[in-house]
Each structure stands twice: as C-alpha cells, then as structure tokens.
Design a protein around this ligand. Structure first.
Ligand SMILES: [Fe+2]
Length: 251
C-alpha cells in the first residue's frame, strides 16, 4: 500500500503545535490550553513513529574496543526561533549531568528505555557562608567562593518510560535537571523553547550538588534544599550527533 502523504505525521503535528504554543507563551490562558494539547500529542509518540529502534542492551560501552563513543547522541529534528526539537539517545548507565535551561520552557518524552529525572529550582539568595572565612564549605571539595555556589530545591525525582506523561520544565519551575539512563539504553524526545542561544543569554550551565542544607528548606513539603556548584561541562559527558531517521518535519 502506498503511504498516505496527505496526512501529517504525529511528529509534524507536535512541531506545529509546539510552534503555536510557544510563540504565544506570554498569553496565559491560551498558553496553558495550547501546552495541554502539545502534552497530549507528545504522550502518544513512540520510537516507532520516528523510525527509531532501541539498541541492544550490550551497547553499554563495556566493549573491548577502545573507541571513545559519545555517551549521548542527538538527532536534530527541527529548529525555529521559537523552539528546537530533537532526540537524545543515552547509552546504558549514562547520565546527562545536572544542567539548566535559562529562561526556557521544555518538554521531554521518553521513547524507549527508562530514565530517572531529578528536577531542581534555583532559590533566591546565596548559601550561608562560613562566618569566619566567608567561604561555603562543600562536602567533597573543601571550600569554594560563595559566588560560585547557589541554593536550589529538589522538586521531584521520578522514573519515566515510554508510558509516562511528558516531563515539563519552565523558566521558573523544574528548570534544572539531571537525567540518568536506568537498566539499559534510553532515548527521549526533547523540545526546548526558545532554543539555547549563548548570544541571547541562554547558554547551558552544569552543576554539581555540594551538600544538602537545611536553610530555606521546606521539609514538610518533602523538598530538599541543596547547595550547587557551577562546574565546567564534565569531561566524561559529551554529545555526539546522528541522523534523524523519522518523518520529515517542515516549519
Ligand atoms: Fe535538559
């Protein structure tokens, strides 16, 4: 049977809806309903819709060849001034380190495998420095200058599979996250709005959790307050690229 090309693919519908939703993201009520529609479309997407096949679990990097394969690869699908969309594929046992998305919205939908996502919010105000030294002590690194650290609250930690609803972040909520592949390789569809752009103040920063702190922590709500240290991109984490094999998306 020839393919019916008159119907848009699901990934095309997602791209079209992302453009509508995020182009008008300051329009409160419309934004929420457009976002709900986008979330519903994302909830239906599966790896097969993008012609993506999960690799075998043995691709964990424990092979005998000393090739330095990228722990994570990115398949670019499309990008406009409003949003970018692509697929991140994580090898078994890999983590995308804790990082931020300054001033950006995001939606993440697992396509195969299982990931743990830990989301943080940055909190106002600096961590309490040591009164004598003026530095902030970190559990692992001794002391660091106070302007290199910030406070953040752990907002959620959950496991996501292809059955899960999309994980959502906004400029003010759940904006920092760490993503760990659990029990084998994993992949997720990622939408960021607007896209990262270092020239427009939207560069990606990486962080390490220095220590837990009780300051400002709302332990009744289950939030955990931590002290974060901004770090360079970790040496064992980098992102390669591979071609996107799915239906063409036009914007
Ligand atoms: Fe991210």
């Amino acid at each position: 049977m020839p393919r019916d090309n008159s119907k848009p693919s699901l990934i095309q519908k997602i791209a079209t809806q992302a453009q509508i939703a995020f182009k008008n993201c300051n329009d409160g009520k419309d934004f929420l309903s457009n976002l709900a529609e986008l979330s519903a479309l994302l909830g239906d997407i599966r790896a097969a819709d993008l012609n993506i096949t999960p690799p075998k679990k043995k691709s964990s990097g424990s092979g005998t060849r000393a090739r330095r394969r990228a722990p994570v690869t990115y398949m670019h699908i499309c990008e406009t001034r409003t949003f970018s969309m692509g697929v991140f594929a994580l090898r078994s046992g890999v983590s995308i380190p804790l990082h931020d998305h300054p001033g950006m919205n995001g939606m993440l939908k697992v396509l195969y495998g299982k990931v743990r996502i830990r989301c943080f919010d940055k909190l106002d105000g600096p961590p309490e420095p040591d009164p004598e030294s003026g530095t902030v002590s970190g559990a692992e690194s001794g002391t660091v200058p106070k302007d290199a650290v910030c406070l953040a609250a752990l907002r959620s930690s959950g496991e996501f599979t292809q059955q899960s609803a999309p994980c959502v972040l906004s400029p003010s909520e759940d904006n920092l996250h760490q993503i760990d592949a659990l029990d084998g390789p994993a992949a997720f569809l990622d939408i960021l709005a607007p896209p990262y752009d270092p020239d427009d103040g939207r560069d990606c920063h990486y962080y390490r959790v220095l220590r837990k702190t009780s300051k400002n922590g709302d332990e009744k709500k289950g939030d955990e307050t931590v002290c974060l240290l901004e770090i360079p991109q970790p040496e064992d984490f980098w992102c390669g690229s591979e071609p996107y094999p799915g239906p063409k998306v036009t914007m």
